[in-house]
Write a protein that binds this ligand. Structure first.
Ligand code: NAD
Length: 283
């Protein structure tokens, strides 16, 4: 039965280390500062944003949430971002997605100055990641690779199969694994014979958004299984894309939901904010 990689504990460990980094920065007069913008009142977004603020404050990072009404225009939001781009006391800017339909996400993402783009979604950061240059990395993929490395799981030469090709998870996690010298296969909603691909995976990354669609029949014996999915069940609890008990009986390592990738995503956001505050991110 697989070893469970507890993302909650690992994220806590990372936050403890970051606390020290933050206090060293403060001694030098740099106060790491993250500004999160929330437009509208999507309850899931609200809870994500609050989680980010709480984790920031635990490490000593100053964090504020700017809440805007759903009626906010794209121009108003762009103007706010431009102000924050100029504000030297703000190191990280995060606009919580999804945005209301009348605001074009790519306009917003492309307006955040890349050096403060702590979500790592700006095309310049994505491009630098693709070319293997230093950049602010997208938080969920960065968290996944950090989880693998925390257990000394070999990535080089391994066959990694990614299910899902979103811009925030699937595509960038495949790229990061490629940067680590994995052989990468992408699967998605149009993939035929999904199992033919997944059963060849040494490392299987599942980012679909459908509860329990992946089980032991999809796995190679002793595969490493990372479940990115966050699905809300009828009784309000959270569940992943992987049938945990079934997959656990065949995998070598597996991540649970909750307490898996989710807390790691937030920890990497804090890491990016500290990097931006140190002025190490690109301009
Ligand atoms: P998305 O909806 O943008 O993408 C889903 C992907 O799954 C698509 O690329 C699609 O082609 C693929 N897909 C859909 N049905 C499929 C099928 N039957 N077989 C194979 N592929 C299929 O979602 P996303 O933003 O990438 O998020 C995926 C999941 O991860 C969601 O549950 C989301 O809530 C979760 N998520 C978790 C975190 C975290 O921090 N843990 C962060 C982001 C997203």
């Amino acid at each position: 039965s697989a070893t469970v990689i507890n993302g909650k504990d690992l994220a806590q460990e990372l936050r403890n280390n970051m606390k020290e980094e933050v206090s060293e920065l403060k001694e030098k007069g740099i106060i790491p500062h993250l500004t999160v913008i929330l437009v509208g009142d999507n309850p899931a977004s609200k809870s994500y944003v609050n989680g980010k603020k709480k984790a920031s404050e635990e490490t000593g990072i100053v964090s504020d949430i700017i809440e805007l009404p759903v009626s906010t225009t794209e121009e108003e939001l762009l103007n706010l971002i431009k102000e924050l781009n100029q504000d030297v006391s703000v190191h990280g800017i995060l606009v919580q997605l999804p945005l209301p339909e009348h605001i074009k996400e790519e306009h917003i993402i492309e307006t955040i100055i890349p050096s403060k783009d702590v979500d790592g979604f700006h095309p310049i950061n994505i491009g630098r990641m693709m070319t293997g240059n230093d950049s602010l990395l997208p938080c969920t993929p960065y968290g996944i690779v950090t989880m693998l490395k925390s257990r000394n799981i070999t990535i080089q030469g391994k066959h990694a199969v990614v299910i899902g090709r979103s811009n925030i998870v699937g595509k960038p996690v495949g790229q990061l694994l490629l940067n680590e010298n994995a052989t990468v296969t992408y699967c998605h909603s149009k993939t035929r014979n999904l199992k033919e691909h997944t059963t060849r995976a040494d490392i299987l990354i599942v980012a679909i958004g459908i509860p329990n669609v992946i089980n032991r029949d999809h796995l190679k014996q002793d595969a490493v299984v990372i479940d990115v999915g966050i699905n809300r069940t009828d009784n309000g609890s959270l569940t992943g894309d992987v049938d945990f008990e079934s997959a656990k009986s065949k995998a070598s390592y597996i991540t649970p939901v909750p307490r898996g990738v989710g807390p790691m995503t937030i920890a990497m956001l804090l890491k990016n904010t500290i990097k931006a505050a140190k002025g190490l991110s690109i301009n």
